[in-house]
Structure formats: C-alpha cells, structure tokens
Design a protein around this ligand. Structure first.
Ligand code: FES
Ligand SMILES: [Fe+2]
Length: 348
C-alpha cells in the first residue's frame, strides 16, 4: 500500500525507548530497529543486516552505541555504517550500510521521517499538552494495536456521531447523535466541531463533570493534520451556564500505519477545564479508570467494527459509499487532502 512518506509519524512513546535496549517496530510495512545512541538521541534503522539479511533486533546494542549483528557480528554505528568486521583482514566491504531514518523527540513521542525529502521539524503537529511543562496532568500513554487501516480510523475519528451508537452509554448516547457540526480549515489543520445541547451525559463525560447524570451541553472538536494525527478537545458544561465553566479532556489519537490493515494508535488524555467532580476514588485511580475506558472504546468497540467494515469494502471494491452530508463532510475533506498529498508525492 502507498503511504505518505515525506511527513512525520509517531514511532514510539519516548519513555518506551530505553537507553541500552533495542526495540523492534514495523512501520509503513518496513521492519525497523529503534534505540538511543550514546547521546540519548533516538535512532531508527532498517531491521536487516546487509550481510545475510539477519534481523538486527536479534543482535546486541554495544557500549558506545553500535549495534552488533547477532548472526556473524558485523557492527554498525548510528548512521548505519558498518564500522567493524570481525572476520579475515577486517576490511569493511563497500555498501555495507544499513538505511537509517531521521528521528526527533517532541511532545513525549519519538517521531520518524521515512521519506527521501528533507525532514522539516516544523511539520510535527502541535501536541504541546503532552509536554512535561504544559501544566496538564496527562494520563496513561497508551499504544493500541488496531487491526484496521489507518484511513478507516481517520474516518472514524472525524465523524464522532458514531459515538451515539458504537460507544452508546460510554462516549455518546442516542441524544448525542444530532449535533451542530462545523468543519473549518486553518493552516495545516482541519477542525470538525460538534455541539450538543441538553443531552444526558455519557459515562466518561459524567465522570469528569458533576457525576449526577443531569443533562449537559457538550462539545467535541477534532483537529486533524496530515497524514494521521488527531487531537480531540471535549468539554461538558451545564445548560444554564456559559461554556467557560466546563470540564473536559484533551486526547491525542495519533495513527501510524503498520501495514495496510494494521495501525499503531498512540493515545493519552489530560483533563482540562476549571470544573470537575471531586474524585472520590482518588485522582490516580480515576485517571487509570479513564485510560481503561478509552482503551476499551477504541480496541473493543471501534476496532472490530472497522475490521469488519474493511472486509466488506474489500469484498465489494466497486461499491462507493452513500455519504451522509450532515456527518461526512469532515472525513471527506481530510481524505481528499490526503489523496492530493499522496498524488503530489508520487508525482502523478
Ligand atoms: S547476517 Fe549480519 S553479520 Fe551476517
Ligand atoms: Fe470511536
């Protein structure tokens, strides 16, 4: 499958990339080995030794930051160059090199650039709320392995009306199906905002607000940037108050394709707003419960639906979806932008 290459993808949460350890990840159909060099900088290289093509993940990270292939012991530095051949006269053959990829650590994630174009750090989307000094108390940083294509997950996130049905009771309910929807584009971001009035609060919103089940007003603003980084800003407030007195959450939904039908889903939420129910179960327990509920919604509810939907789409390649203008404007806009970028990149 063709993926956009000249852009940044989240590869791993920065704190999961541990000094002295190799991590293996397949991203964009490319097996990679990830680690930190001697200076602590993230490194990504093809998970394949140029000698007999053994996976480097089965090798060793040596003091000094070189990787030793586990099969016959060739050693590679963090630029991918072979720097030691322990055999014969020790000469390193020309072309004995592993491809490496630029990486940048930002917003507590390690981002990777897998294209041939010049990497531009300014293209990393803003997820500043994840930063240690942001003032936000961020919950569990989760990585969910989805059995779905990343573009199906983009459609899912940009049309949150599905929460009324697929996440009934948890993130939405029948009363939240109808909303005022606004789609707008600003710079590199597309925003889809949904406003709901006087609706019963879904469990997750109630947990963060008054915990009395009384009707609320709610907003959900999804922000997408290419290729697949989404920020969700949600808020709940009393129908008789103004929206500055709210309780809500910021959540990232950053998608990195593994293959055509699997995706890594990086997510972490932080509470926002001046209001919130007193946490009777303690703030840490509440954060853990919210992280579990979010994982349940994405992995146990979204994922099986998307996987089954995709099977039907594959089975019926000639069938175009009948779109619903009220809810599909956001997803359609973003998929078109992504199509344009893919066309530009492939030169078609
Ligand atoms: S396969 Fe790596 S050294 Fe032989
Ligand atoms: Fe969902």
């Amino acid at each position: 499958m063709a993926f956009l290459k000249n852009c940044w993808y989240a590869a791993i949460w920065a704190d999961e990339l541990k000094t002295g350890e190799l991590a293996a990840r397949t991203l964009l159909d490319t097996p990679l080995v990830l680690y930190r060099d001697d200076a602590g900088r993230p490194v990504a290289m093809d998970d394949m030794c140029p000698h007999r093509l053994a996976p480097l993940r089965l090798g060793k990270l040596l003091p000094g930051g070189t990787i030793q292939c586990g099969y016959h012991g060739l050693e590679f530095d963090s630029s991918g160059q072979c720097v030691k051949n322990p055999h014969g006269n020790g000469r390193v053959p020309r072309g004995c090199q592993v491809r490496t990829y630029p990486m940048v650590e930002k917003h507590t994630l390690a981002w990777i650039w897998m294209g041939n174009g010049e990497p531009d750090e300014g293209l990393i989307p803003d997820f500043g709320y994840l930063d240690a000094d942001s003032g936000y108390d961020v919950g569990r940083r989760d990585t969910i392995e989805m059995d779905a294509n990343y573009r199906a997950i983009i459609d899912n996130l940009l049309d949150l009306s599905h929460a009324a049905y697929l996440h009934d009771g948890l993130l939405g309910n029948a009363e939240t199906a109808w909303a005022d929807i606004e789609v707008r584009q600003e710079g590199p971001y597309v925003y889809v905002r949904r406003d709901m009035q006087n609706v019963p609060p879904p469990l997750l919103r109630d947990l963060l607000f008054k915990r009395d089940g009384a009707p609320v007003n709610m907003w959900q603003t999804i922000r997408w940037s290419a290729p697949s980084a989404v920020l969700n800003d949600v808020g709940t407030y009393a129908p008789d108050s103004d929206r500055t007195r709210f309780s809500g959450q910021l959540g990232c939904h950053i998608l990195t394709p593994v293959s055509e039908d699997s995706t890594l889903y990086f997510t972490a939420a932080a509470r926002q707003g001046p209001l919130g129910a007193e946490a009777d179960e303690g703030e840490d327990a509440l954060k853990a419960r919210i992280a579990e509920l979010r994982r349940y919604a994405f992995k146990e509810q979204d994922d099986p639906m998307l996987k089954a939907q995709q099977e039907n789409v594959r089975r019926h390649p000639g069938v175009a979806p009948v779109l619903l203008p009220a809810i599909d404007a956001g997803p359609v806009r973003c998929q078109r932008l992504l199509d344009e970028m893919l066309r530009d990149e492939s030169g078609q």
